[in-house]
Write a protein that binds this ligand. Structure first.
Ligand code: GLY
Length: 302
C-alpha cells in the first residue's frame, strides 16, 4: 500500500518532488509539503517561468500567480498578478488559512503580504531581463503573429499525505510578454488546479487561455470521482477539450506555444497519471512504495 505520493510538472518538478517527498515521509500534512515543494521552485532563479527570475510581462515586470487547495475541506488560497514577492504560494497559503476569501489580486494581495511581514524582493534577474529584451526585439521585428519563444511552464504539484489528505499547488509567472494584469489558469480553482480528498487532485500547465475554457483540473477530478484512473481522467478530459476546440486552435492561437496544454493527476491510492497534447511534457513523481524519484514523459492524447 502507498502511504504517500507526490508528483510535479516538468523536469524542474524533480526539485519539488525531492523537497515534498522528504516532508511527506516525515509525516507532515500534504498542504505543508506542497507549499514547500512549490516554494523550492519559486526561489530558484535559474527556473525562468516561476517566482524569482520568472518571465516578465510586456512592460518588463514579473507578475506572479499561485494557488493551494486542500482536499479535506476544499479550501482554496490563491493570488494573481502579484509583484515583488519571491514566494506567491506563501501568500496563497495565508489567504487560505487566514481570510474568508479564496483569491486576492495585485496590489491587494501585495498589501496583505506586507501586513503579514513577508519581505519584498527583486524578481527580475539579469538573465530574465536579457530574455525579455530579446523577446521585445523579436516582437518589434515580427510582421504578424510573432512566435515568442519560451512561455508558461507552471510548477504544479499534487500530493497524497499519510492521513489520506490530497493537495494541489501551482505557481507561475504566466505567459511570456503577457499584458499587465493578464491572469492564466494557475490561480483559478477548477482550471489550473483542483483537489478533493474524496476523488483526487489535478493540475494543469500550458496555455491558460485554453485550459480555463475547459475547467480542466475540475473535469479531471470529476472523472476520477466517477471511477476513472488518473491516467484515464487526464487523457479523457484533455482529449475532450482538444477535440472541442480543434477547429479553433490554429486560427485563434498567435503562436504554437499557445496551443500547448498538459495535465497531471493523483488519486487517493497514490496512483499518478498525466497527458499532454504535445510531445515535450515530462513530470516527476515519487511514492512511499519505492522512495525513488522518477522523471517520465507524459503520453500524448489521440
Ligand atoms: N498555465 C499558466 C498560464 O497560462 O499562465
Amino acid at each position: 500500500m502507498v502511504r504517500w505520493a507526490i508528483a510535479a510538472t516538468w523536469p524542474f518538478g524533480q526539485m519539488a518532488v525531492e523537497v515534498g517527498s522528504r516532508l511527506l515521509a516525515s509525516g507532515v500534512m500534504g498542504i505543508d509539503a506542497v507549499e514547500e515543494a512549490v516554494r523550492a521552485v519559486e526561489l530558484d532563479p535559474s527556473i525562468d517561468s516561476v517566482g524569482v527570475g520568472g518571465i516578465p510581462n510586456i512592460e518588463g515586470e514579473v507578475q506572479l500567480d499561485a494557488a493551494l487547495m486542500r482536499g479535506r475541506d476544499l479550501a482554496v488560497g490563491a493570488v494573481a498578478g502579484v509583484k515583488g514577492f519571491s514566494s506567491p504560494v506563501g501568500i496563497a497559503r495565508l489567504v487560505l488559512e487566514k481570510t474568508p476569501h479564496h483569491l486576492l489580486v495585485g496590489e491587494g494581495a501585495e498589501r496583505y503580504a506586507d501586513a503579514h511581514g513577508l519581505e519584498r524582493s527583486q524578481l527580475l534577474t539579469q538573465s530574465s531581463l536579457e530574455a525579455w529584451q530579446k523577446r521585445r526585439e523579436q516582437l518589434a521585428q515580427a510582421s504578424s503573429s510573432p512566435e515568442v519563444p519560451g512561455s508558461h511552464d507552471t510548477i504544479g504539484v499534487v500530493a497524497l499525505d499519510q492521513r489520506g489528505g490530497i493537495t494541489a499547488g501551482t505557481s507561475t509567472s504566466g505567459l511570456a510578454m503577457k499584458l499587465p494584469g493578464r491572469v492564466g489558469d494557475s490561480p483559478l480553482v477548477g482550471s489550473g488546479f483542483y483537489a478533493d480528498d474524496l476523488a483526487g487532485a489535478a493540475v494543469a500547465t500550458g496555455c491558460g487561455e485554453l485550459i480555463m475554457r475547459g475547467c480542466l483540473s475540475y473535469a479531471i477530478v470529476d472523472l476520477m470521482r466517477s471511477g476513472a484512473s488518473p491516467q484515464e481522467a487526464c487523457g479523457d478530459a484533455l482529449g475532450g477539450l482538444v477535440r472541442r476546440l480543434e477547429k479553433d486552435l490554429p486560427v485563434r492561437s498567435a503562436t504554437e506555444d499557445m496551443t500547448k496544454m498538459a495535465v497531471l493527476a493523483i488519486d487517493g491510492e497514490g496512483n499518478v497519471g498525466a497527458a499532454a497534447n504535445h510531445a515535450e511534457f515530462d513530470y516527476a513523481y515519487c511514492t512511499s512504495k519505492e522512495g525513488k524519484l522518477h522523471l517520465v514523459r507524459a503520453s500524448i492524447i489521440n
